[in-house]
Design a protein around this ligand. Structure first.
Ligand SMILES: N[C@@H](CCC(=O)N[C@@H](CS)C(=O)NCC(=O)O)C(=O)O
Length: 189
């Protein structure tokens, strides 16, 4: 099995966490933009090859890996909805990050202002929701792992100030103690 990705991507990090949890050996192939453009129709990472199987999105990859290990990916519609909420905010934040890096001024483009507003209303919703409550057994579900990856990446890239969101910050402090999360941090330079 081969996972193509980068050590900084939050989507790839979620897959790497799942690989550790299920203790599945997998070759990691570091892939830049030219590599993903050559090998995946989405021109993004992650993507996964396992024999004849080729998967192009972190969600389908995680579902595949969990099911291979006899586990579920998102047990309920509510958990899936929480994961989708986090993902909406993550996608928008990544999109704004790349646009800013290319010199686009977010405040000058109405659609991009909506993207930024979407991130903040989603964070406000997550702050009030059950996603920040950690199970008594100390395990994290996939919506919570995605939230941790989103927060870690946003902090690493200095994209979001989470200080107004006390529940989210408290959640982040706790997930940082979870070994598969801790050992998959983006490289600190
Ligand atoms: N929906 C995709 C999103 C993946 C994604 O956005 N990956 C980013 C890296 S963080 C990427 O490869 N971006 C390259 C680009 O947009 O050109 C997933 O969940 O796998």
């Amino acid at each position: 099995m081969k996972l193509y990705g980068s050590y900084t991507s939050p989507f790839v990090r979620h897959v790497r966490i799942v690989l550790q949890e299920i203790q599945q050996p997998c070759e990691f192939i570091e892939t830049d933009q030219a590599g993903s453009a050559a090998k995946s129709p989405t021109q993004r990472v992650p993507f996964l090859e396992d024999g004849d199987i080729f998967l192009t999105d972190s969600a389908s990859i995680i579902k595949y890996l969990r099911e291979k290990a006899g586990q579920h990916f998102c047990q309920s519609a509510q958990e899936l909805d929480q994961l989708c909420l986090v993902n909406t905010a993550l996608d928008a934040t990544v999109n704004l990050f790349f646009l800013k890096r290319d010199g686009v001024v977010i405040s000058q483009v109405p659609y991009l202002q909506r993207q930024a507003a979407r991130v903040h209303t989603t964070l406000a919703e997550l702050e009030q929701s059950a996603i920040t409550q950690i199970a008594a057994n100390g395990r994290f579900n996939d919506a919570q792992l995605r939230l941790g990856c989103f927060m870690g990446w946003s902090k690493f890239r200095e994209q979001i100030d989470f200080s107004p969101f006390a529940n989210l910050e408290n959640f982040y402090r706790q997930i940082c103690n979870y070994p598969p999360f801790n050992t998959t941090q983006p490289p600190q330079s």
